[in-house]
Design a protein around this ligand. Structure first.
Ligand code: ARG
Length: 455
C-alpha cells in the first residue's frame, strides 16, 4: 500500500545520513593535492603509465579550478569530496582516471586530506596568535608605567601596571601558540599509502608522497594511520584552551568598559548601539568572544565522544569529525582576528585606573612589608598591625595614607613618617622588582624579551 510512495524513501534517507559532501567539500584543495602526489608516485614507481599520470594530474587541476571558480556541481549521490572529484576527473580525462585509486583507499585518502586541512589551520592559528601577541605587547609598551588595580576574587588586591596585565596575556597566548606548534610537529606524518587498513601489495613509495605533501615522514603503522584522529583532538584541545584564554580577556573587557569601571574605552569599530537606549555602547564583540569557548569546547567534547570506544581501523563514525573541527576552526580564527582588532584599538583610561588602583586599601601589603623592613617585625605581627590600621581608616571613611602619624602610632608606637612613602601606588608598583613582578622595569624587561622572540 505504501510501496509507491516509500520505495525511494529509505534510499533518500540513507543518502542524507551517509553523505558528507555538504561539508567535506571544504577539503577539495587538499584532496586534489593528495591525489596529484599519489598519481606522480604511482608513475614514478611504474605502477601506472606516466602518460596516464600526467593526464590525471592535469585533469585534477581542471577540477580544482572548477571548484574554486564555483562552477562545480557537487552531488550528494556521490557521497563525499573524494568521489565527487574522482567522478568529475573521469568525465574530463576518461578511463585513465580509473587508475588513480590504485593502491589507495578512501580511508587513507580522507585521513591525508583532513590532516592537510588541520595542519593548515594550525599554521593559521600560530600566525593569528603571533599577531595577537604583538598587539598586547603594543598595549603593554604604551602603558608600562600606568597603574591599575590588581584583583584577586575581583576585589582590589595590590596595585599593578597596565603593562604587566597586558603581558600576562602575552604569556598565555604564547603557550597557546606553542601548543599548536607542538601538535603540528606530532601530527605531521603521512597516512597516504596505508590504503584501506593493511597497506598494499603494489610497490608504492610512501616516503615520496609524504615528502611531496610536506609531511616529515610516512606514518609507521597502516592500521593506526587510518584510525588516528588524535591530530584533530589535539587541534580542538589547543583551540579550546586558547578560546578559554580569549574568554578571560573578553570578560575583563566587558567589565572594564562598563560605566562602573571605565578602565578602557573600546573603539566604536568594535562596539554596537542599542535599538532602544540611545546612550548605550555595548561590548558585543567582547561578549561573543567570551561565548565562543562554549562551541569550541563543545566540539572537543563531541569528537572525544565520537572517538571513544571505536574499534580499529576505520569506522564511518569518523566522518563526524569534520564538522566539529571546521566549526571550531572558523570560530577560533574569527575570534583571534576580532580580539586582535579590539585590543589594538582599545584605550586604557589612565585616571579611572589610577583612582581604582589607590582604592580598597591596595597598598596595605606595602605597609605590612614596611613594618617588617623598617621595624624588623615578624610578618604575622605586621599583618595584624596593618589590619588594625585598615579598620581604623575604614571606620573613618578614609584611605590609609589619610591616617595621621598620631593615629598610626596609636596602633604601633614605632611607626615613623617614612611610612607614607610606601602608601603611594607608584611607589608600590615600582618596589615590586622581583623577577616577573609588576615594577615598570620588570615589565619592560618582559616586553624586550618577547619583542626579541617575535622579531
Ligand atoms: N567520507 C568519508 C569520511 O569522511 C570518507 C571515507 C569513507 N571510507 C569508507 N570506508 N566508507 O570518513
Amino acid at each position: 500500500m505504501w510501496g509507491g510512495r516509500f520505495s525511494a524513501g529509505p534510499d533518500a534517507i540513507m543518502e542524507a545520513i551517509n553523505a558528507s559532501i555538504s561539508y567535506d567539500q571544504k577539503m577539495a584543495k587538499q584532496d586534489i593535492e593528495g591525489s596529484r602526489a599519489h598519481a606522480a608516485m604511482l608513475a614514478a614507481q611504474g605502477i601506472i603509465d606516466s602518460s596516464d599520470a600526467s593526464a590525471i594530474r592535469k585533469g585534477l587541476l581542471t577540477v580544482l579550478s572548477e571548484i574554486e571558480g564555483g562552477m562545480f556541481a557537487f552531488s550528494t549521490a556521490l557521497e563525499d569530496i573524494h568521489m565527487n572529484v574522482e567522478s568529475r576527473l573521469t568525465e574530463i580525462v576518461g578511463p585513465a582516471a580509473g587508475r588513480l585509486h590504485t593502491a589507495r583507499s578512501r580511508n587513507d585518502q580522507v585521513a591525508t586530506d583532513f590532516k592537510l586541512w588541520v595542519r593548515g589551520q594550525m599554521d593559521a592559528a600560530i600566525e593569528g596568535l603571533t599577531a595577537l601577541m604583538k598587539v598586547f605587547i603594543g598595549q603593554a609598551e604604551a602603558g608600562a608605567d600606568m597603574v591599575m588595580p590588581g584583583f584577586t576574587h575581583l576585589q582590589v588586591a595590590q596595585p599593578v601596571t597596565w603593562g604587566h596585565h597586558m603581558m600576562a596575556y602575552v604569556e598565555m597566548f604564547a603557550r597557546d601558540r606553542s601548543r599548536f606548534e607542538d601538535a603540528r610537529r606530532r601530527m605531521n606524518e603521512s597516512p597516504l599509502g596505508a590504503a584501506a587498513l593493511a597497506g598494499t601489495s603494489f610497490p608504492i613509495d610512501r616516503h615520496m608522497t609524504a615528502e611531496a605533501l610536506g609531511f616529515d615522514r610516512p606514518s609507521a603503522n597502516s592500521l593506526d594511520a587510518v584510525s588516528d584522529r588524535d591530530f584533530a583532538l589535539e587541534f580542538l584541545t589547543s583551540c579550546s584552551i586558547c578560546a578559554t584564554h580569549i574568554s578571560r580577556i573578553a570578560e575583563e573587557l566587558v567589565i572594564w568598559s562598563s560605566a562602573q569601571f571605565r578602565f578602557v574605552t573600546i573603539s566604536d569599530r568594535f562596539s554596537t548601539g542599542s535599538s532602544i537606549m540611545p546612550q548605550k555602547k555595548n561590548p558585543d564583540a567582547a561578549e561573543l568572544l567570551r561565548s565562543k569557548v562554549g562551541r569550541i569546547t563543545g566540539s572537543l567534547v563531541a569528537l572525544l565522544t565520537i572517538m571513544k570506544g571505536l574499534p580499529l581501523a576505520y569506522s564511518k563514525d569518523m566522518q563526524e569529525d569534520k564538522e566539529q573541527v571546521f566549526d571550531a576552526a572558523d570560530s577560533l580564527m574569527l575570534s583571534l582576528a576580532a580580539l586582535t582588532g579590539m585590543v589594538a584599538d582599545m584605550r586604557p583610561n589612565e585616571e579611572p585606573l589610577r583612582k581604582a588602583a589607590a582604592s580598597g586599601f591596595s597598598t596595605a601589603t606595602d605597609l605590612a612589608d614596611w613594618l617588617v623592613r623598617a621595624l624588623n617585625m615578624p610578618f604575622r605581627d605586621a599583618h595584624h598591625v596593618t589590619g588594625a590600621l585598615v579598620k581604623m581608616a575604614e571606620d573613618q571613611g578614609s584611605d590609609l595614607h589619610e591616617l595621621s602619624l598620631e593615629q598610626m602610632q596609636s596602633v604601633e608606637a614605632q611607626i615613623t613618617d617614612a611610612v607614607y612613602e610606601v602608601l603611594g601606588v607608584e611607589n608600590s608598583v615600582a618596589s615590586r622588582v622581583s623577577y616577573g613582578g609588576t615594577a615598570p622595569a620588570q615589565v619592560r624587561a618582559q616586553i624586550a624579551r618577547w619583542k626579541e622572540v617575535l622579531s
